[in-house]
Design a protein around this ligand. Structure first.
Ligand code: THU
Length: 135
């Protein structure tokens, strides 16, 4: 699966984003090691703190379906390039620091950065719990 294809999967769900408050629509497509793709959109809420980002929607869908090993995630918005927010960086770091985060203005202009580089010195409970991220 090429970055471009994954990005286009993210674009394909963008219109499903539920963003009546910010009007900032986001779509994500998460590629698991076994080749499955999980898409997600941001889902806002009148109680603003209840909002969930597209990346976490995709991740929650994946884990619910038994996928916890991820290769890459593509993210797109209706307002150009989007940078993954801090909460999503932390949330996804639970599963992998090596996941590639693919963003860009459009599918012809993509950048790919490892989560490890987007979230250095990240918080983990690795010394205190048996499950969860080990590196
Ligand atoms: N949002 C995402 O879905 N992903 C991000 O990485 C950044 C922000 C959403 C949350 C909210 O619905 C809207 O964009 C504006 O913050």
């Amino acid at each position: 699966m090429e970055d471009k294809e994954l990005f286009q999967m993210a674009e394909s769900v963008l219109e499903n984003a539920y963003a009546p408050y910010s009007k900032f629509k986001v779509g994500a497509a998460l590629l698991s090691e076994d080749g499955r793709i999980f898409t997600g959109v941001n889902v806002e809420n009148a109680s603003y703190g209840g909002t969930i980002c597209a990346e976490r929607t995709a991740c929650v869908k994946a884990v619910s379906e038994g996928a916890v090993n991820f290769r890459s995630i593509a993210v797109v918005s209706n307002k150009g390039k989007v940078c993954m927010c801090g909460i999503c960086r932390q949330f996804i770091s639970e599963f992998s620091m090596d996941i590639e985060v693919i963003t860009g203005e459009d599918s012809e202009h993509l950048q790919s950065v490892k989560l490890r580089d987007l979230l250095p010195d990240s918080f983990t409970l690795q010394d205190n719990v048996e499950e969860g991220r080990k590196k």
